[in-house]
Design a binder for this molecule. Structure first.
Ligand code: I6G
Length: 667
């Protein structure tokens, strides 16, 4: 069936509308998976009709080639900074100054906004299309991060229609940030991938925007609130309030907390109110911003050195305080990490009573030399656990001693293990009660045994009711165990049992990954699967020296694996899974190495084999399959109707072959 431009554009409009409802109106109509389904539909239509693709298509957010460095971008109008008001009196003084500057005694209108703790960026639109995005930099010149900003779904790639012609030039400024829940998820993922966690959402947002490969940025939960104009041509506004409401019509997210205030009292009330609800907001803020509403008044006030006279940032109270360390307690996280926690004399930090602060790990304790009895400076940021910043040495009592974390797990008494070069000590015991929930969640997760419907709430109930003590107990669950749980219908219980049953047919790589051995992520599990040809017995008996002969397995990983496997509770759990019916599929040894080192991209409608078969055949002969064409592609196999990938291959001078030619390569 041939498809018209209007049909494909209708689908793009539909996706843009859903984005708008989600990010601007905060009123989504469809679920994430329904959105994904529409998105895939559009991807397919565009792949089949490459001539109907538009630059601002929602499918064009990701896919740009990685950069070798960022270009620079000079802002048409400098991105100024804000003067600070450190307390309520200074806010009132600002109001008095503005009134004096405008030679009036009457109340003035200000737009009051939260000050997000993120990164300021500038977005440039020409004739309604997003053409450039940059960081603030030094206010005059920033970095061109267009590709990365394009991946942020909250940023419109083209302006929505609002009954008026789009301005030929529109520069919008805003703050890119990572919401608190996204930050938690991101750090859980970092930990899973064995990468160091980000210190706070701001650092995570900064790191994400500084990626040269925008595909990485696309995986980060970045969002934006827009709040200011740069250069605009073709439209003007009488007030900031008008500007903000037009921003929303154009499709930009604007913070819903923004309010109009009219004098020093209402400014202070807004500031106090926002400070009180700071921790309950879904993103981090570090103060308030007040801006004169009328643009002609702003122009009359002008700027002073590098900040406008018409705006001020109200700073929140310090998030630091000093207190005394009563004790240091090792605590165990869901992933087995042993973290020392300082028990403190309760103290008020920025409005919250703090009794515990993290000391992170033994190295940190030694670096800061924190001892029981010390007076310490602590710091709180949002709802992140407070931390000890430093010891006030002048207040150290005479009889203190250096602190050393115990060598045993605080929950199960098993010896903790700290691989060389790592800062965190861990309990590797599969039956450690403090880790059971985390281990089960990992065991059933998508990349591991992929047991559908086995969510956090179910895990909580099963562990709390002692129906699961170690991961192998999952395979012992029966209908009665499940149906008697809270809010568990018969049908759901049956579905879960089926999912458990299905999960037993798995692979060596998935199972080994599911065990949650430190340093053994999804990729390394596949490496081990290849090396042991999927033989779990051989793996269980492998000595460190044998493991070290495997490509990508160094001495640290080898030691982690052998320590894990030398614990008989852990090997009992593995044996138990196998005796309860877990079966690991035979690993295909490559038929040949004919395609060794070669990367293939399959595009268009394949007629002689399916995409899955193409992947299997390629891998069986030692080759790799990629979804996108890049300079690393060796061959593009094109079926009928191939579109943009073919174009890209031609541009990059990559050989394009037919399905038959591909099959011939295997002979
Ligand atoms: O750094 C800033 C944060 C928030 C701002 C700002 C803002 O408005 C909500 N507005 C201006 C005008 C400037 N910096 C210069």
């Amino acid at each position: 069936m041939s498809i018209t431009y209007n049909q494909i554009q209708a689908l793009r409009d539909q996706l843009n509308d859903h984005n708008y409802r989600y990010y601007v109106l905060d009123d989504p109509l469809i679920s994430d998976s329904e959105y994904d389904q529409l998105f895939r539909e559009l991807q397919k239509l565009e792949a089949d009709n490459p001539n109907l693709i538009t630059e601002d298509s929602p499918t064009h957010r990701v896919g740009a080639e990685p950069l070798s460095s960022f270009g620079s971008w000079t802002h048409r109008m400098p991105m100024l900074s804000l003067a600070n008001a450190m307390n309520e009196d200074e806010l009132a003084a600002f109001d008095a100054r503005v009134k004096k500057g405008l030679d009036t005694e009457k109340d003035l209108e200000y737009m009051a906004e939260p000050k997000l703790d993120g990164l300021a960026v500038e977005l440039v639109y020409e004739n309604g299309f997003f053409v450039n995005g940059s960081t603030r930099g030094d206010g005059i010149t920033g970095e061109d991060i267009t590709q990365n900003l394009k991946t942020i779904l909250a940023i419109p790639l083209s302006l929505r229609k609002n009954g008026q012609k789009h301005p030929p030039l529109l520069e919008v400024r805003g703050e890119v940030f990572i919401p608190k829940d996204g930050f938690k998820k991101l750090n859980r993922n970092q930990e899973k991938e064995e990468l160091s966690p980000f210190a706070n959402p701001r650092n995570a947002a900064a790191g994400s925007l500084r990626q040269l490969d925008s595909k990485i940025t696309a995986t980060r939960p970045l969002s934006i609130y827009c709040y200011e104009a740069g250069m605009i041509e073709g439209v003007s506004f009488d007030t900031h309030e008008d500007f903000l409401s037009t921003l929303k019509e154009w499709g930009f997210p604007v913070n819903p907390e923004i309010q109009k205030v009219t004098n020093a009292e209402t400014m202070v009330a807004f500031h106090r109110n926002l400070e009180a609800k700071r921790d309950s907001l879904p993103y981090e803020i570090d103060g308030t911003v007040f801006k004169v509403n009328a643009i002609n008044q702003r122009n009359a006030l002008g700027i002073r050195s590098r900040s406008p006279r018409w705006a001020i940032a109200g700073k929140f109270k310090a998030q630091q305080a000093t207190t005394k360390v009563q004790d240091i307690i090792p605590s165990l996280g869901r992933t087995g990490a042993v973290t020392p926690v300082a028990r403190l004399d309760p103290t008020n930090v920025g409005g919250v009573v703090v009794t515990n602060a993290t000391l992170h790990n033994q190295d940190e304790i030694e670096r800061k030399d924190v001892r029981i009895g010390d007076t310490v400076l602590i710091q709180r940021a949002g709802d992140v656990i407070p931390e000890v910043v430093k010891v006030i040495l002048a207040k150290r009592p005479p009889d203190t001693q250096k602190y050393q974390l115990p060598k045993e797990c605080p929950a199960c008494g098993h010896e903790v293990f700290r691989p060389e070069g790592e800062v965190v000590a861990r309990c590797q015991n599969l039956s450690c009660p403090a880790q059971v929930k985390g281990r089960i969640e990992h065991f059933v997760s998508k990349t591991a045994l992929d047991i559908d419907g086995f969510g956090e709430k179910l895990v909580d109930q099963l562990v709390d009711k002692k129906l699961i003590l170690t991961v192998d107990n999952i395979f012992k669950l029966n209908f009665d165990d499940l149906v008697n749980l809270d809010r568990m219908a018969e049908k759901s219980a049956l579905n879960i049992l089926t999912a458990i049953q299905d999960s037993k047919q798995t692979t060596f790589a998935r199972f080994v990954y599911a065990l949650g051995i430190r340093n053994v992520g999804a990729h390394l599990s596949k490496v081990l699967e290849k090396a042991f040809v999927g033989d779990i017995e051989k793996f269980m008996n492998a000595a460190a020296e044998k493991l070290e002969t495997i490509d990508e397995v160094g001495p640290i990983v080898a030691e982690t694996i052998t320590t894990f496997l030398s614990n008989c509770t852990n090997t009992d759990v593995i044996e138990s899974c196998l005796s309860l019916g877990l079966r690991l599929k035979k690993v295909e040894v490559p038929k040949s190495l004919l395609l060794q080192g070669k990367t293939f991209v399959f595009t268009g409608a394949l007629t002689q084999f399916s995409r899955n078969e193409a992947k299997e055949m390629t891998e069986a002969h030692g080759g790799k399959v990629s979804g996108s064409v890049s300079k690393n592609t060796d061959f593009v196999v094109a079926g009928p109707g191939a579109g943009s990938k073919l174009k890209k291959a031609t541009e990059l001078d990559i050989p394009i072959i037919s399905e038959t030619e591909f099959l011939d390569m295997l002979k």
